[in-house]
Ligand binder design. Structure first.
Ligand SMILES: [Zn+2]
Length: 244
């Protein structure tokens, strides 16, 4: 992943930060912003890069509010949280990268997995690792943790896992979502409970659990090929409705 090239610039930025010139002027809102930038950076350190044509912000490039804002404006698009209805993540075991995508329309927007393309250089690098599976597990753990932070940030407050089992087969097949197939769904399979209940409240542990089960995403299409719950079930997390 590209690192910031200009060492002098880095030194100056860090110097400013250490003198406290900016630190003393930081309001809570600014601190919150800087914190969220750091969380974005944590994931970028995993090796994923949304746009290969821009230099992603790196830890060292953040140091002053100006830099943080410039980084932000250069690399991100502002979106209302209420416009985001899901998060799609993808962990590639071929190039060992993680990337995510904010989803506005579940089923219509392409998933992170569909958008992902392996970079040959990263595939080579991954294959040259002595402990590839350990590295993959490490990426997976960090990715799930990060997705929980993102989901909490997007859905704010209480979250639910909702299941729609009324989709027509044709409609379900046209959806862009991680597809998880079961021969049949029994009470021992994890989708049984959410499908039976249709809506379940999620705590942080449940959130992380289901993000992992749904393929690093806040939604998935579950297919049961036979049995009691034969057919397609669209499962997705949503924020608790304010007016209910
Ligand atoms: Zn890949």
């Amino acid at each position: 992943m590209p690192k910031i090239a200009n060492q002098d610039l880095t030194t100056v930025q860090q110097g400013q930060f250490v003198t406290g010139k900016n630190a003393t002027m930081q309001s809570d809102a600014v601190k919150k912003f800087m914190k969220s930038m750091e969380e974005v950076l944590t994931v970028q350190e995993l090796g994923q890069n949304q746009n290969q044509n821009v230099h992603p912000p790196t830890q060292v490039s953040i140091g002053s509010m100006d830099n943080a804002l410039n980084c932000f404006m250069d690399n991100y698009v502002l979106l209302r949280k209420t416009e985001v209805n899901g998060i799609s993540g993808h962990i590639c075991d071929n190039c060992l990268s993680f990337q995510f995508q904010y989803i506005k329309e579940i089923g219509l927007d392409l998933t992170a997995g569909e958008k992902h393309q392996c970079l040959a250089s990263m595939v080579n690098e991954a294959n040259s690792l002595q402990y590839k599976t350990i590295k993959e597990d490490d990426i997976r753990i960090k990715a799930y943790e990060f997705l929980v932070i993102l989901a909490n940030s997007i859905f704010m407050g209480k979250q639910h896992l909702v299941v729609n089992s009324k989709l027509s087969t044709a409609h379900a097949r046209s959806l862009h979502a991680p597809l998880i197939k079961f021969d049949s769904i029994t009470p021992n399979d994890w989708p049984w409970m959410p499908i039976t209940k249709e809506t379940i409240a999620l705590d942080d542990k449940g959130l992380k659990n289901y993000i992992g089960l749904m393929g690093a995403s806040t939604y998935a299409l579950i297919l049961s090929e036979r049995g009691a719950y034969f057919g397609y079930h669209l499962m997705y997390m949503e924020r608790e409705a304010v007016n209910r």
